[in-house]
Design a protein around this ligand. Sequence first.
Ligand SMILES: O=C(O)CCC(=O)C(=O)O
Length: 279
Amino acid sequence: MRTDPDKWQSDYLRNGYLVVEGVLADPLLAQLRKVIDRISADADNLPPHLKQHIQFERDWVSRRPHFNKHTPEQVGSAVRNIANLSLFDPIFGRLIFQDRQLDILDALFQSTEYRFFNYKCILKAPRVGSVLRWHRDYPYVEHTTTDIITSMLCLDEMLLSNGATVVLPGSHRVEQDQMSPADIEIDEADLPDQFDRVTVCCPAGSAVLFHANIIHGGGANESQLPRRNLISIWTGPGTYPITPARAAHQGLMPRSKDPARQRQVEMSRQKIEQSKPAA
Ligand SMILES: O=C(O)CCC(=O)C(=O)O
């Protein structure tokens, strides 16, 4: 990974997103893919306490038939989203402390006092993975400020054909009170027309970080290749949840200088190291 904190920060501020290649080394990438494959291979048979965190493509297609050309039967048991990832395997808990990702977050927040909020894996299965509708993250993340970053670690190369993320650079420059729950699903016809669309194509192992305000989405996976992104959301200093929803490991501050927070990190790491895969 090439380290360039000043450029990372200026690109992020200007465009609302940033791509850094080489964040996941190959052995880690292989391990993460294996664990995601293990969870998604037979998700129908997961125990209920884990299955509740799985969103199947077939359920999404039933509710939103316009965003996939396949029927629920055709998409079979493909998994679309695994929420609360660290409940499934300690590898995801460990990833919260991965230095390369944290180095980038230090630069973008210009602080060490940011927190982990939540975790998911968005999958677009070969041939059947749906369109991801245009949206901003801030309205559903629900915090006191918009100093919030979504960080995607790409387990596969992102290509136009497998449904790479598409961003509207500049759309992150919007006042907090100008956003609403309507921004959680934006129709094509309602997109602001002053922004270009950028398809974020990047190699496997890259990190794509974006501001919670930026409008983004992505096409269906029409290829034979998988497209899996591990996605964590991080909140800046003085930014607090106003939602009652809580996630595993929420509030961890891996780079905090506060001794009480460092103690929380150390004790959490020990617990993660002692835990076993649940699925
Ligand atoms: O997986 C993607 O392409 C984008 C993820 C996304 O839209 C999100 O996390 O809000």
